[in-house]
Design a protein around this ligand. Sequence first.
Ligand code: GAP
Length: 461
Amino acid sequence: MENQMEKIISLAKRRGFVFQGSEIYGGFAGTYDYGPLGVAMHRNVVDIWMGAMRQHDNIAFLDSSIFTAPRVWEASGHVSGFSDPLVVCNACHTKHRADQLLEAIGIQADEKMSDPEINKLFDANRKKLICPMCGKKDFGQVSAKSLLATSTLGAFEQGDQLVYLRGETAQGIFINYKNVLETGFYSVPFGIAQVGKVFRNEISPRQFLFRQREFEQMEMQYFVRPKDAPAAYETWKEERMNYYDILGVKKEKLRWKQHEHLVFYAKDAWDIEYEYPFGWGELEGVHYRGDYDLTQHQKFSGVDMSFYDEKTKERYIPHVVETSVGVDRTILMLLVGAYYEDEMNGEKRVVLRFAPRIAPIKVAVFPLVSNKENIVAKAREVYKSLKLSMLHISSFMIVWDDNGNIGKRYRRQDEIGTPWCVTIDYQTLEDNTVTIRDRDTGKQKRHKIEALDEYFKKMLA
Ligand code: GAP
Protein backbone atom coordinates (compact mmCIF):
# COMPACT_ATOMS: atom_id res chain seq x y z
CA MET A 1 0.00 0.00 0.00
CA GLU A 2 2.94 2.35 0.73
CA ASN A 3 3.99 1.54 -2.79
CA GLN A 4 0.68 2.94 -4.00
CA MET A 5 1.54 6.27 -2.35
CA GLU A 6 4.85 6.36 -4.22
CA LYS A 7 3.05 5.70 -7.51
CA ILE A 8 0.54 8.45 -6.82
CA ILE A 9 3.23 10.96 -5.83
CA SER A 10 5.14 10.13 -9.00
CA LEU A 11 2.04 10.43 -11.23
CA ALA A 12 1.07 13.69 -9.47
CA LYS A 13 4.43 15.17 -10.37
CA ARG A 14 4.75 13.71 -13.86
CA ARG A 15 1.34 14.91 -15.02
CA GLY A 16 1.30 18.24 -13.20
CA PHE A 17 -1.05 17.73 -10.27
CA VAL A 18 1.37 18.44 -7.41
CA PHE A 19 5.07 19.33 -7.21
CA GLN A 20 7.36 19.31 -4.19
CA GLY A 21 7.68 22.89 -2.88
CA SER A 22 10.96 24.65 -3.80
CA GLU A 23 12.03 21.52 -5.67
CA ILE A 24 14.98 23.08 -7.52
CA TYR A 25 16.48 23.99 -4.13
CA GLY A 26 16.17 20.43 -2.89
CA GLY A 27 12.61 20.83 -1.59
CA PHE A 28 11.22 22.62 1.46
CA ALA A 29 9.66 20.25 4.00
CA GLY A 30 5.90 20.39 4.39
CA THR A 31 5.20 22.53 1.31
CA TYR A 32 3.73 21.53 -2.06
CA ASP A 33 2.89 23.45 -5.23
CA TYR A 34 -0.18 22.67 -7.33
CA GLY A 35 0.53 22.31 -11.05
CA PRO A 36 -1.90 22.91 -13.96
CA LEU A 37 -4.11 19.86 -13.30
CA GLY A 38 -3.83 20.29 -9.54
CA VAL A 39 -5.15 23.84 -9.76
CA ALA A 40 -8.20 22.65 -11.75
CA MET A 41 -8.87 19.80 -9.33
CA HIS A 42 -8.37 22.07 -6.31
CA ARG A 43 -10.93 24.51 -7.70
CA ASN A 44 -13.43 21.70 -8.31
CA VAL A 45 -13.06 20.51 -4.71
CA VAL A 46 -13.58 24.02 -3.32
CA ASP A 47 -16.54 24.69 -5.67
CA ILE A 48 -18.30 21.50 -4.62
CA TRP A 49 -17.82 22.29 -0.93
CA MET A 50 -19.07 25.85 -1.42
CA GLY A 51 -22.00 24.50 -3.43
CA ALA A 52 -22.91 22.16 -0.56
CA MET A 53 -22.77 25.09 1.90
CA ARG A 54 -24.88 27.20 -0.46
CA GLN A 55 -27.70 24.66 -0.16
CA HIS A 56 -28.39 26.32 3.21
CA ASP A 57 -30.10 29.71 3.10
CA ASN A 58 -28.51 30.70 6.40
CA ILE A 59 -24.83 30.24 5.59
CA ALA A 60 -22.76 33.31 4.75
CA PHE A 61 -19.32 33.34 3.14
CA LEU A 62 -16.33 35.23 4.42
CA ASP A 63 -12.75 35.84 3.31
CA SER A 64 -10.83 37.16 6.30
CA SER A 65 -7.20 38.25 6.33
CA ILE A 66 -4.35 35.90 7.15
CA PHE A 67 -2.57 38.49 9.28
CA THR A 68 -4.55 39.48 12.35
CA ALA A 69 -3.86 41.42 15.52
CA PRO A 70 -1.69 39.11 17.68
CA ARG A 71 -4.29 39.43 20.47
CA VAL A 72 -6.62 37.25 18.37
CA TRP A 73 -4.38 34.25 18.97
CA GLU A 74 -3.79 35.09 22.61
CA ALA A 75 -7.56 35.27 23.13
CA SER A 76 -8.24 32.07 21.22
CA GLY A 77 -5.81 30.15 23.42
CA HIS A 78 -3.55 29.17 20.52
CA VAL A 79 -0.52 31.08 21.85
CA SER A 80 -0.57 29.11 25.09
CA GLY A 81 -2.23 25.86 24.11
CA PHE A 82 -1.80 25.02 20.42
CA SER A 83 1.14 22.66 20.45
CA ASP A 84 2.47 19.21 19.62
CA PRO A 85 4.59 17.03 21.94
CA LEU A 86 8.19 17.42 20.77
CA VAL A 87 11.06 15.12 21.68
CA VAL A 88 14.66 15.42 20.48
CA CYS A 89 17.03 12.51 19.90
CA ASN A 90 20.15 13.17 22.02
CA ALA A 91 22.31 11.16 19.61
CA CYS A 92 21.45 12.64 16.19
CA HIS A 93 19.51 15.78 17.32
CA THR A 94 16.52 15.10 15.05
CA LYS A 95 13.10 16.27 16.23
CA HIS A 96 10.14 13.93 16.53
CA ARG A 97 6.54 13.89 17.68
CA ALA A 98 6.40 11.88 20.90
CA ASP A 99 2.89 10.53 20.15
CA GLN A 100 4.03 9.25 16.75
CA LEU A 101 7.02 7.44 18.25
CA LEU A 102 4.71 5.80 20.78
CA GLU A 103 2.19 4.83 18.09
CA ALA A 104 5.01 3.29 16.04
CA ILE A 105 5.53 0.70 18.79
CA GLY A 106 1.80 0.10 19.18
CA ILE A 107 1.13 2.36 22.19
CA GLN A 108 -1.99 4.43 21.78
CA ALA A 109 -1.19 8.12 22.11
CA ASP A 110 -2.23 11.38 20.51
CA GLU A 111 -0.95 14.89 20.13
CA LYS A 112 -3.75 16.32 22.25
CA MET A 113 -2.66 14.53 25.45
CA SER A 114 -1.65 16.86 28.27
CA ASP A 115 2.04 17.48 28.94
CA PRO A 116 2.26 15.36 32.13
CA GLU A 117 0.17 12.59 30.52
CA ILE A 118 2.40 12.17 27.48
CA ASN A 119 5.64 12.55 29.48
CA LYS A 120 4.49 9.76 31.82
CA LEU A 121 3.60 7.48 28.91
CA PHE A 122 6.86 8.30 27.13
CA ASP A 123 8.93 7.60 30.26
CA ALA A 124 7.14 4.30 30.82
CA ASN A 125 8.11 3.17 27.30
CA ARG A 126 11.46 4.94 26.96
CA LYS A 127 13.50 1.71 26.77
CA LYS A 128 11.55 0.52 23.74
CA LEU A 129 11.58 3.78 21.80
CA ILE A 130 14.01 3.89 18.90
CA CYS A 131 15.00 6.98 16.90
CA PRO A 132 13.80 6.39 13.29
CA MET A 133 16.77 8.40 11.99
CA CYS A 134 19.77 6.90 13.83
CA GLY A 135 18.36 3.81 15.55
CA LYS A 136 19.55 4.86 19.05
CA LYS A 137 17.40 4.78 22.18
CA ASP A 138 18.35 8.12 23.68
CA PHE A 139 15.61 10.75 23.81
CA GLY A 140 15.31 13.89 25.93
CA GLN A 141 12.18 15.01 27.78
CA VAL A 142 8.92 15.65 25.91
CA SER A 143 8.06 19.34 25.63
CA ALA A 144 5.18 21.28 24.07
CA LYS A 145 6.18 22.84 20.71
CA SER A 146 3.91 25.66 19.53
CA LEU A 147 2.28 25.00 16.18
CA LEU A 148 1.74 28.68 15.47
CA ALA A 149 4.00 29.95 12.69
CA THR A 150 5.25 33.49 13.26
CA SER A 151 6.41 36.38 11.13
CA THR A 152 7.21 40.04 11.64
CA LEU A 153 5.40 43.04 10.21
CA GLY A 154 5.90 46.76 9.96
CA ALA A 155 8.78 49.15 10.37
CA PHE A 156 8.24 50.28 13.92
CA GLU A 157 10.75 52.32 15.91
CA GLN A 158 10.67 49.82 18.71
CA GLY A 159 11.33 47.03 16.21
CA ASP A 160 9.11 44.93 13.99
CA GLN A 161 5.98 43.46 15.48
CA LEU A 162 5.77 39.72 15.98
CA VAL A 163 2.65 38.33 14.29
CA TYR A 164 1.10 34.89 14.01
CA LEU A 165 0.12 33.31 10.73
CA ARG A 166 -3.34 31.85 11.20
CA GLY A 167 -3.39 28.29 12.51
CA GLU A 168 -7.06 27.81 11.55
CA THR A 169 -9.43 29.94 9.45
CA ALA A 170 -12.01 29.73 12.24
CA GLN A 171 -10.65 32.69 14.22
CA GLY A 172 -11.27 35.03 11.28
CA ILE A 173 -14.88 33.88 11.44
CA PHE A 174 -15.26 34.43 15.19
CA ILE A 175 -13.89 37.96 15.06
CA ASN A 176 -16.29 38.79 12.19
CA TYR A 177 -19.38 37.10 13.61
CA LYS A 178 -20.86 40.43 14.78
CA ASN A 179 -20.09 42.12 11.44
CA VAL A 180 -21.96 39.42 9.54
CA LEU A 181 -24.91 39.54 11.96
CA GLU A 182 -25.10 43.31 11.64
CA THR A 183 -25.49 43.15 7.86
CA GLY A 184 -29.09 42.30 8.73
CA PHE A 185 -29.28 39.31 6.42
CA TYR A 186 -28.63 36.65 9.06
CA SER A 187 -29.87 35.73 12.48
CA VAL A 188 -29.06 32.88 14.90
CA PRO A 189 -29.00 30.06 13.90
CA PHE A 190 -26.67 30.82 11.01
CA GLY A 191 -23.28 29.77 9.74
CA ILE A 192 -20.20 31.46 8.32
CA ALA A 193 -18.12 29.51 5.82
CA GLN A 194 -14.61 30.26 4.69
CA VAL A 195 -11.90 28.70 2.54
CA GLY A 196 -8.32 29.76 3.05
CA LYS A 197 -4.67 29.10 3.74
CA VAL A 198 -3.50 27.96 7.13
CA PHE A 199 0.03 27.65 8.51
CA ARG A 200 1.30 25.25 11.15
CA ASN A 201 4.76 24.61 12.44
CA GLU A 202 4.37 20.83 12.17
CA ILE A 203 7.28 18.98 13.81
CA SER A 204 7.23 16.20 11.26
CA PRO A 205 5.36 17.01 8.05
CA ARG A 206 4.79 13.74 6.18
CA GLN A 207 2.69 11.57 3.93
CA PHE A 208 2.64 13.94 0.97
CA LEU A 209 -0.40 16.28 1.16
CA PHE A 210 -1.59 14.75 4.42
CA ARG A 211 0.50 16.76 6.87
CA GLN A 212 1.92 20.01 5.57
CA ARG A 213 3.12 23.25 7.09
CA GLU A 214 1.04 25.33 4.69
CA PHE A 215 -2.35 24.00 3.63
CA GLU A 216 -5.91 25.07 2.96
CA GLN A 217 -9.01 24.61 5.07
CA MET A 218 -12.71 24.73 4.25
CA GLU A 219 -14.40 25.62 7.51
CA MET A 220 -17.91 26.45 8.58
CA GLN A 221 -18.83 27.79 12.02
CA TYR A 222 -22.52 27.38 12.85
CA PHE A 223 -23.81 29.77 15.55
CA VAL A 224 -26.75 28.37 17.44
CA ARG A 225 -28.83 28.88 20.61
CA PRO A 226 -27.09 26.92 23.41
CA LYS A 227 -30.15 24.71 23.95
CA ASP A 228 -30.25 23.78 20.26
CA ALA A 229 -26.53 23.03 19.93
CA PRO A 230 -26.61 19.25 20.62
CA ALA A 231 -29.27 18.70 17.92
CA ALA A 232 -27.40 20.96 15.46
CA TYR A 233 -24.22 19.00 16.16
CA GLU A 234 -25.91 15.70 15.26
CA THR A 235 -27.45 17.20 12.11
CA TRP A 236 -24.10 18.54 10.91
CA LYS A 237 -22.34 15.26 11.62
CA GLU A 238 -24.85 13.43 9.48
CA GLU A 239 -24.72 16.02 6.71
CA ARG A 240 -20.95 16.05 6.53
CA MET A 241 -20.68 12.27 6.26
CA ASN A 242 -23.34 12.20 3.50
CA TYR A 243 -21.45 14.93 1.64
CA TYR A 244 -18.73 12.47 0.61
CA ASP A 245 -21.25 10.66 -1.62
CA ILE A 246 -21.17 13.71 -3.91
CA LEU A 247 -17.41 13.28 -4.28
CA GLY A 248 -17.84 9.62 -5.17
CA VAL A 249 -16.02 8.35 -2.05
CA LYS A 250 -16.74 4.73 -1.14
CA LYS A 251 -18.66 4.45 2.14
CA GLU A 252 -16.45 1.66 3.48
CA LYS A 253 -13.41 3.95 3.20
CA LEU A 254 -14.86 6.41 5.74
CA ARG A 255 -15.53 6.06 9.45
CA TRP A 256 -16.18 8.15 12.54
CA LYS A 257 -13.72 8.50 15.39
CA GLN A 258 -14.41 10.39 18.59
CA HIS A 259 -11.53 12.31 20.17
CA GLU A 260 -10.41 10.79 23.43
CA HIS A 261 -8.36 13.83 24.41
CA LEU A 262 -10.11 17.07 23.58
CA VAL A 263 -8.27 20.08 22.21
CA PHE A 264 -8.60 23.12 24.51
CA TYR A 265 -11.55 24.72 22.70
CA ALA A 266 -13.73 21.65 22.20
CA LYS A 267 -16.62 20.28 24.25
CA ASP A 268 -16.94 17.26 21.96
CA ALA A 269 -15.09 16.33 18.79
CA TRP A 270 -15.47 13.66 16.12
CA ASP A 271 -13.33 13.07 13.06
CA ILE A 272 -14.37 11.64 9.75
CA GLU A 273 -11.44 9.36 8.95
CA TYR A 274 -10.45 8.01 5.54
CA GLU A 275 -8.47 4.86 4.93
CA TYR A 276 -5.34 6.22 3.22
CA PRO A 277 -2.67 3.78 1.93
CA PHE A 278 -0.73 4.40 5.18
CA GLY A 279 -3.79 3.68 7.38
CA TRP A 280 -6.83 5.49 8.76
CA GLY A 281 -6.29 9.22 9.16
CA GLU A 282 -8.35 12.33 9.87
CA LEU A 283 -10.04 13.86 6.85
CA GLU A 284 -12.49 16.23 8.52
CA GLY A 285 -13.19 17.39 12.06
CA VAL A 286 -16.71 18.11 13.27
CA HIS A 287 -16.36 19.87 16.59
CA TYR A 288 -18.70 21.24 19.22
CA ARG A 289 -16.86 24.36 20.47
CA GLY A 290 -19.56 25.64 22.85
CA ASP A 291 -19.25 29.37 23.59
CA TYR A 292 -15.49 29.11 24.19
CA ASP A 293 -14.26 31.28 21.29
CA LEU A 294 -16.85 34.06 21.42
CA THR A 295 -16.47 34.31 25.21
CA GLN A 296 -12.68 34.53 24.90
CA HIS A 297 -12.89 37.26 22.24
CA GLN A 298 -15.44 39.14 24.34
CA LYS A 299 -13.05 38.99 27.30
CA PHE A 300 -9.97 40.08 25.35
CA SER A 301 -11.55 42.69 23.04
CA GLY A 302 -14.15 44.10 25.43
CA VAL A 303 -16.78 43.82 22.66
CA ASP A 304 -20.11 42.32 23.65
CA MET A 305 -20.50 39.08 21.68
CA SER A 306 -23.99 38.24 22.94
CA PHE A 307 -27.02 37.95 20.73
CA TYR A 308 -30.54 39.10 21.59
CA ASP A 309 -33.02 36.54 20.32
CA GLU A 310 -36.20 38.42 19.37
CA LYS A 311 -38.18 35.19 19.11
CA THR A 312 -37.38 33.74 22.51
CA LYS A 313 -36.60 37.08 24.23
CA GLU A 314 -33.32 35.61 25.48
CA ARG A 315 -29.83 37.09 25.44
CA TYR A 316 -27.00 34.60 25.08
CA ILE A 317 -23.59 33.96 23.57
CA PRO A 318 -24.28 31.50 20.74
CA HIS A 319 -22.67 28.08 20.82
CA VAL A 320 -20.65 26.95 17.84
CA VAL A 321 -20.67 23.72 15.84
CA GLU A 322 -17.81 23.66 13.38
CA THR A 323 -17.05 21.54 10.35
CA SER A 324 -13.45 21.71 9.18
CA VAL A 325 -11.84 19.86 6.30
CA GLY A 326 -8.55 20.29 4.46
CA VAL A 327 -8.63 20.87 0.70
CA ASP A 328 -5.30 19.05 0.41
CA ARG A 329 -6.36 16.01 2.42
CA THR A 330 -9.49 15.85 0.25
CA ILE A 331 -7.34 15.94 -2.89
CA LEU A 332 -5.07 13.22 -1.51
CA MET A 333 -8.12 11.08 -0.69
CA LEU A 334 -9.53 11.59 -4.20
CA LEU A 335 -6.23 10.70 -5.88
CA VAL A 336 -5.87 7.59 -3.74
CA GLY A 337 -9.48 6.49 -4.32
CA ALA A 338 -9.31 7.05 -8.07
CA TYR A 339 -5.99 5.32 -8.77
CA TYR A 340 -6.31 1.97 -10.60
CA GLU A 341 -4.05 -0.17 -12.73
CA ASP A 342 -6.02 -2.36 -15.11
CA GLU A 343 -6.01 -3.78 -18.61
CA MET A 344 -7.98 -2.49 -21.58
CA ASN A 345 -7.94 -4.14 -25.00
CA GLY A 346 -5.02 -6.27 -23.86
CA GLU A 347 -2.96 -3.27 -22.82
CA LYS A 348 -1.98 -2.30 -19.25
CA ARG A 349 -3.02 1.15 -18.21
CA VAL A 350 -3.09 3.50 -15.23
CA VAL A 351 -6.41 5.23 -14.80
CA LEU A 352 -7.73 7.83 -12.38
CA ARG A 353 -11.42 7.06 -12.02
CA PHE A 354 -12.48 10.44 -10.71
CA ALA A 355 -16.15 11.33 -10.48
CA PRO A 356 -16.61 13.61 -13.53
CA ARG A 357 -17.18 16.69 -11.33
CA ILE A 358 -13.76 16.16 -9.74
CA ALA A 359 -11.83 15.42 -12.95
CA PRO A 360 -9.57 18.37 -13.84
CA ILE A 361 -10.19 17.90 -17.57
CA LYS A 362 -13.70 16.91 -18.59
CA VAL A 363 -13.22 16.32 -22.32
CA ALA A 364 -10.30 15.77 -24.69
CA VAL A 365 -10.92 16.40 -28.38
CA PHE A 366 -8.93 14.43 -30.98
CA PRO A 367 -8.74 14.43 -34.75
CA LEU A 368 -8.47 10.72 -35.65
CA VAL A 369 -5.40 11.50 -37.75
CA SER A 370 -3.29 14.64 -37.58
CA ASN A 371 -2.22 14.73 -41.24
CA LYS A 372 -5.64 15.07 -42.95
CA GLU A 373 -6.45 18.74 -43.24
CA ASN A 374 -10.23 18.35 -43.46
CA ILE A 375 -10.37 16.13 -40.34
CA VAL A 376 -8.13 18.45 -38.33
CA ALA A 377 -10.18 21.49 -39.42
CA LYS A 378 -13.45 19.79 -38.45
CA ALA A 379 -11.98 18.72 -35.10
CA ARG A 380 -10.83 22.32 -34.42
CA GLU A 381 -14.34 23.52 -35.18
CA VAL A 382 -15.89 21.01 -32.74
CA TYR A 383 -13.27 21.86 -30.09
CA LYS A 384 -13.87 25.62 -30.36
CA SER A 385 -17.64 25.43 -30.42
CA LEU A 386 -17.76 23.04 -27.43
CA LYS A 387 -15.45 25.36 -25.51
CA LEU A 388 -17.74 28.28 -26.25
CA SER A 389 -21.02 26.52 -25.51
CA MET A 390 -19.68 25.29 -22.14
CA LEU A 391 -18.13 28.65 -21.21
CA HIS A 392 -20.69 29.25 -18.46
CA ILE A 393 -19.54 26.09 -16.60
CA SER A 394 -16.16 27.32 -15.39
CA SER A 395 -14.99 23.87 -14.30
CA PHE A 396 -15.55 22.48 -17.80
CA MET A 397 -11.96 22.23 -19.02
CA ILE A 398 -11.48 20.89 -22.53
CA VAL A 399 -8.14 20.00 -24.11
CA TRP A 400 -6.95 19.39 -27.63
CA ASP A 401 -4.65 16.46 -28.36
CA ASP A 402 -3.29 15.37 -31.76
CA ASN A 403 -0.01 13.97 -30.52
CA GLY A 404 0.76 10.29 -31.27
CA ASN A 405 -1.69 7.55 -32.19
CA ILE A 406 -5.18 7.44 -30.80
CA GLY A 407 -4.37 4.62 -28.35
CA LYS A 408 -1.57 6.67 -26.78
CA ARG A 409 -3.86 9.68 -26.49
CA TYR A 410 -6.50 7.58 -24.68
CA ARG A 411 -3.84 6.25 -22.24
CA ARG A 412 -2.65 9.81 -21.54
CA GLN A 413 -6.15 11.01 -20.78
CA ASP A 414 -6.95 7.90 -18.68
CA GLU A 415 -3.89 8.62 -16.55
CA ILE A 416 -5.17 12.07 -15.64
CA GLY A 417 -8.78 10.95 -15.20
CA THR A 418 -10.46 12.62 -18.22
CA PRO A 419 -13.91 11.00 -18.34
CA TRP A 420 -14.63 11.54 -22.05
CA CYS A 421 -12.63 11.67 -25.28
CA VAL A 422 -14.30 13.01 -28.42
CA THR A 423 -12.86 11.81 -31.73
CA ILE A 424 -13.51 13.39 -35.12
CA ASP A 425 -13.09 10.81 -37.89
CA TYR A 426 -13.94 10.21 -41.57
CA GLN A 427 -17.60 9.55 -40.78
CA THR A 428 -17.84 12.97 -39.09
CA LEU A 429 -17.27 14.60 -42.47
CA GLU A 430 -20.27 12.73 -43.86
CA ASP A 431 -22.87 12.87 -41.09
CA ASN A 432 -21.69 15.38 -38.46
CA THR A 433 -21.34 12.74 -35.76
CA VAL A 434 -18.36 12.07 -33.50
CA THR A 435 -17.44 9.26 -31.14
CA ILE A 436 -17.45 9.74 -27.38
CA ARG A 437 -15.25 7.25 -25.61
CA ASP A 438 -15.94 6.49 -21.96
CA ARG A 439 -12.84 6.34 -19.72
CA ASP A 440 -14.06 3.51 -17.48
CA THR A 441 -15.57 1.13 -20.02
CA GLY A 442 -13.53 2.10 -23.08
CA LYS A 443 -16.78 1.92 -25.06
CA GLN A 444 -17.38 4.38 -27.88
CA LYS A 445 -20.73 5.72 -29.03
CA ARG A 446 -21.57 8.07 -31.89
CA HIS A 447 -23.27 11.36 -31.10
CA LYS A 448 -24.45 14.29 -33.16
CA ILE A 449 -22.12 17.29 -32.87
CA GLU A 450 -24.97 19.69 -32.18
CA ALA A 451 -26.07 17.61 -29.18
CA LEU A 452 -22.64 17.37 -27.52
CA ASP A 453 -23.10 20.21 -25.03
CA GLU A 454 -26.47 18.84 -23.87
CA TYR A 455 -24.92 15.40 -23.48
CA PHE A 456 -22.07 16.62 -21.29
CA LYS A 457 -24.35 18.83 -19.22
CA LYS A 458 -26.57 15.81 -18.56
CA MET A 459 -23.58 13.62 -17.68
CA LEU A 460 -22.24 16.17 -15.21
CA ALA A 461 -25.57 16.85 -13.53
N1 GAP B 1 -10.76 24.77 13.22
C1 GAP B 1 -10.54 23.41 13.61
C2 GAP B 1 -9.30 22.85 13.11
O1 GAP B 1 -8.44 23.54 12.58
P1 GAP B 1 -8.02 20.57 12.86
O2 GAP B 1 -8.51 19.16 13.15
O3 GAP B 1 -6.76 20.99 13.49
O4 GAP B 1 -9.22 21.50 13.32
C3 GAP B 1 -9.05 20.61 10.46
O5 GAP B 1 -7.92 20.77 11.29
C4 GAP B 1 -8.69 19.92 9.18
O6 GAP B 1 -7.59 20.57 8.54
C5 GAP B 1 -8.23 18.47 9.33
O7 GAP B 1 -9.33 17.59 9.44
C6 GAP B 1 -7.45 18.26 8.07
O8 GAP B 1 -8.30 17.96 6.98
C7 GAP B 1 -6.80 19.62 7.84
N2 GAP B 1 -5.42 19.65 8.38
C8 GAP B 1 -5.04 19.83 9.65
N3 GAP B 1 -3.70 19.83 9.76
C9 GAP B 1 -3.21 19.65 8.52
C10 GAP B 1 -1.89 19.59 7.97
N4 GAP B 1 -0.82 19.74 8.72
N5 GAP B 1 -1.75 19.39 6.62
C11 GAP B 1 -2.84 19.26 5.83
N6 GAP B 1 -4.11 19.33 6.30
C12 GAP B 1 -4.31 19.53 7.62
